[in-house]
Write a protein that binds this ligand. Structure first.
Ligand SMILES: [Zn+2]
Length: 198
């Protein structure tokens, strides 16, 4: 089969005014940003903090598209030949601000479910019997900026700190933590120690 995609290298004379939108540099900006996004998502997950991958991605794509339009509109003039965005300088912290998230699952600003969390379970064998055990909760969060839904897996041992970081009031937190066996065991231990010390 004949290759239908015929592409001629521009002559050096043409190259002077040539804007190669497929240039390696432009592509590298996108690839580099996706890598940065994935790293950030992983790190925030490890720190049990919500991170809106979608918003960060959309904002970047808009910035990229704007630059692309600029290039296209000024084609042939004395302009930069490639899209330059300093990926290292992009601050992703704003997409991990706990205040930017609400508990619960919202879709396009419509509340879809009153379940702010569901049990996280894993398969296990207890006394020779295959079963599922709960190790924590998956919290449903919604990013306030664009209504993106986020599910965050929280271990029992991290739940108290997570809810506090998210700015939940103590009364609300205590109510949820009643269903956290590890937290309740820790409170019991603390009470016993306090009694012994009296
Ligand atoms: Zn978002």
């Amino acid at each position: 089969m004949v290759d239908a995609d015929i592409y001629r290298e521009p002559t050096p004379e043409e190259k002077k005014d040539f804007v190669d939108l497929r240039s390696k540099k432009s592509k590298n900006v996108l690839t580099k940003f996706v890598e940065k996004l994935k790293d950030a998502e992983f790190e925030y997950n490890q720190a049990r903090r919500p991170f809106c991958y979608r918003c960060a991605d959309l904002d970047f794509k808009k910035q990229y598209q704007d630059k692309l339009s600029q290039l296209e509109n000024t084609y042939g003039e004395d302009i930069q030949k490639t899209i330059t965005i300093d990926v290292d300088k992009i601050d992703l912290k704003q997409y991990a601000n706990p205040k930017a998230f609400k508990f619960g699952k919202w879709v396009n600003n419509v509340f879809k479910s009153n379940k702010i969390r569901v049990a996280s379970k894993k398969k296990a064998v207890v006394n020779g019997v295959a079963t599922e055990i709960q190790y924590g909760w998956t919290y449903n969060l919604t990013c306030q900026k664009k209504g993106c839904g986020i599910a965050l897996d929280i271990l029992f041992r991290d739940e108290a700190a997570f809810l506090k970081d998210m700015g939940m009031e103590e009364k609300e937190r205590d109510k949820l933590l009643l269903d956290n066996p590890e937290h309740q065991a820790m409170l019991k231990e603390q009470r016993l120690t306090a009694v012994k010390q009296q």
